[in-house]
Design a protein around this ligand. Structure first.
Ligand code: IVH
Length: 696
């Protein structure tokens, strides 16, 4: 029997060697020469045969076997690109009221005197549901294209974008030497259907919607595949450029058209308060007949000098907003209610639904928010429910169709113990959220914290996504953040056994890639580091403010220690930071009061270089890193604009005067703050003096 098997194996070995050679040759033709030598079906058959042999005789697997490279395409990934000007997202409005509030806020910020004739010049345009892309032109040649990524850093998709016919590769002579055009890559309905039909015919997975199809196509490592996907592009804004192109957003649109770009049409420009809103209603009606997906209308301040003055807050410009279309709804059955435990221990109920298509996407889960929501809506397992999804928002259960309820199912009882660790789950004060009290012993919290730690806006470790974190957690390889940075050592000294490179589906290369991407993140900006800690209520914007206020980790730790005493100067300084009130301060101080958290910090500090906070674009600014308090009535600009401008120059704007205040800017009728400044000997500037200092 042995000899028979051996004979079989010998055959297999010969066939294996042949297959390796043949598939490699096809790969080379396909990937390097752009000239496939066999049909997809034949290629797939060869690969399947190879896989079958390797499954039966694992010791025949050789390093050069095509099965050993991750995926089919060369697994280089995309180069990262830093955006010279961050690529922002848009705030949303959903109602007419929201829109008016958006407009009023701008008028207030700029301190404009508006009447019927003067109005505020706004431009409105369709919001294309695709993916944003930045195009760089140098001397009128397309030199680079990048995705938005996290807004600061995107991926270099130049080769793929060069295959999009809508994207001009060369611009006319009047275009600036350096020019960045921003816009949306999308796929039309017609092209989307055709692509999905082809995918289906080839036995490949179909895409859920045109946006996913466009995103998947652009992110193909192989530009050849990208080229076969019918992608389109609409321009909607400029990034950096070496020469002023226009005074207005509408002028920018006109230039884009002259230079050969497509821009969304129709559009609206006008000063009346009702114009943009009527345009929105018109587009809402026309939406169904459009050949591509839109998810709303964007309102933009037309004057570019106003845009500049308005700047942005957090991740969105103040000068633009998206008016989103109302949510799409559908009715389906709620099969079960599951409880998920988040990284802060919050127990979140999730509805498991009979899968249904809502607005082109198959939905099988929806959020139920919290215990009180379930009670208020009287949601019971087995009910027929109305669900809705709006844009990227997680689908929600709107209401129960009680008339359709069969029999009398019991009311839902929310668990009072954590489903992940069994600890008690409690509600504190008037918090609507029930939380697990297990802290770090709760596996759900630990895993979720780790996922947050490596997520895009935090450490952003490539190749270490949620699935791998879960796997490493299960195998007890990564149990706290510092373990991530010990991974390579553990792998080398035998603590991970068998070592990663011998795990199924891994190999030397993927293990080395992972260690590399971890090493790349050993140096991290302070704000990202703070955000990564996953402290409750400390989101990205708050993390940035903390980083800007304290500058480095030691100062932050020192301040948090001192601020444990609510009577201290440190506490006063903490709650003077914008967006940090007593509640956020409690969560922050709670985090820094726990020994095990301080231990995690110490372990991380030993493994990392945490960069001090660098205020953006403030070199040479006379007020960089200075703490400023505005008081009294300002006459040359509004308070919000003064604050935004000071922050742009790297100053920190505080709400109250303390010994740490560098300047108090006193407008007309300044009162107690001015007095306090004088008492403490803080330098006081008039508004004119401040303007002279900052305009210099
Ligand atoms: S203007 C944020 N105009 O929507 C900077 N954006 O949800 C100003 N988008 O990241 C953007 N159509 O990718 C603008 N006509 C349009 C747009 C548009 C789609 C995208 C854009 C942005 C996203 C925010």
């Amino acid at each position: 029997m042995n000899s028979l098997l051996d004979l079989e194996k010998l055959d297999a070995q010969v066939r294996h060697a042949d297959l390796v050679k043949e598939i490699r040759a096809h790969d080379a033709a396909y990937y390097q020469e752009d000239a496939p030598t066999v049909s997809d079906a034949t290629y797939d058959k060869l690969r399947k045969e190879l896989e079958a042999i390797e499954a039966k005789y694992p010791d025949l697997i050789t390093k050069d076997s095509p099965t050993q490279s991750v995926g089919a395409a060369p697994s280089k990934g995309f180069k990262k690109v830093r955006h010279a000007i961050p690529m922002l997202s848009l705030s949303n409005v959903f109602t007419h009221e929201d829109y008016v509030e958006f407009r009023d806020r701008i008028i207030r910020f700029l301190g404009l005197q508006i009447n019927e004739e003067t109005g505020l010049d706004l431009l409105a345009e369709q919001k294309i549901d695709g993916l944003s892309c930045s195009l760089h032109y140098e001397n009128r040649q397309l030199t680079r294209a990048a995705t938005r990524g996290d807004g600061t850093e995107g991926e270099d998709i130049t080769d793929n974008v060069k295959t999009i016919k809508d994207v001009p590769q060369i611009l006319p002579n009047d275009a600036p030497d350096i020019l960045e055009v921003r816009g949306e890559i999308y796929m039309s309905h017609e092209d989307f259907s055709a692509l999905n039909m082809a995918q289906e015919a080839a036995g490949k997975p179909v895409f859920a919607n045109p946006r996913n199809a466009a995103a998947g196509s652009v992110r193909q490592l192989d530009p050849k595949i990208s080229a076969q996907r019918p992608l389109k592009f609409f321009g909607y804004a400029l990034g950096i450029n070496s020469q002023k192109v226009s005074e207005t957003q509408d002028g920018v649109r006109k230039k884009l058209i002259e230079w050969g770009f497509h821009v969304p049409e129709p559009h609206y420009v006008g000063v009346g308060v009702n114009g943009p809103y009527s345009f929105y209603n018109r587009i809402l009606e026309e939406r169904a007949g459009l050949p591509y997906d839109i998810d709303g209308v964007v309102y933009k301040v037309n004057r570019l000098d106003y845009q500049e003055r308005l700047g942005f807050v957090s991740r969105s410009p103040r000068w633009a907003t998206a008016h989103k279309f109302p949510a799409e709804q559908a009715v389906t059955r709620l099969n079960a209610i599951d409880i998920q435990v988040g990284r802060t221990g919050a127990l979140t109920p999730v509805a498991r639904l009979e899968p249904i298509t809502v607005g082109g996407v198959v939905v099988s889960n929806a959020t139920l928010h919290n215990e009180d929501e379930i009670k208020r809506k009287d949601i019971r397992v087995g009910d027929m429910v109305v669900i809705q999804r709006a844009g990227d928002v997680i689908p929600q259960v709107v209401k129960v169709l009680t008339k359709k309820r069969e029999g009398d199912p019991p009311a839902y009882e929310f668990p009072d113990h954590c489903p992940a660790c069994g600890s008690r789950a409690i509600r504190e004060g008037d918090d609507v959220v029930r939380r697990c009290t297990g802290g770090l012993i709760c596996p759900a919290q630990a895993v979720e914290r780790l996922k947050h730690f490596v997520s895009r806006l935090a450490f952003d470790i490539e190749g270490l996504g949620s699935k791998i974190i879960e796997l490493f957690w299960e195998k007890e390889i990564i149990q706290n953040p510092a373990d991530i940075f010990r991974l390579k050592d553990k792998n080398e000294n035998g603590e991970i056994n068998p070592p990663l490179q011998e795990w199924e589906g891994w190999g030397e290369k993927s293990a080395a890639n992972l260690f590399d991407s971890i090493d790349q993140r050993r140096t991290i900006a302070l704000n990202r580091f703070i955000y990564a800690l996953g402290i409750r209520q400390v989101g990205e914007a708050t993390a940035k403010r903390l980083a800007a206020t304290y500058g480095n980790l030691d100062a932050l730790k020192g301040a948090m220690k001192a601020a444990q005493n609510h009577e201290s100067e440190a506490y006063t300084e903490l709650i003077a930071i914008e967006d940090i009130g007593p509640a956020v301060a409690d969560d922050l101080l709670g985090f820094f009061a726990e020994d095990h958290n301080l231990q995690v910090l110490a372990d991380l500090e030993a493994a990392l270089t945490i960069e001090s906070y660098e205020a953006p674009q403030t070199s040479g600014s006379p007020v960089a890193d200075k703490t400023v308090v505005f008081t009294g009535t300002l006459t040359s600009m509004t308070r919000p604009e003064a604050k935004a401008r000071a922050e742009k120059l790297g100053a920190k704007v505080a709400g109250s005067v303390s010994k740490k205040t560098d300047f108090v800017v006193a407008g007309e009728d300044a009162g107690s703050k001015l007095k306090k400044a004088k008492d403490l000997g803080v330098e006081v500037l008039s508004e004119a003096e401040w303007n002279a200092l900052t305009n210099g």
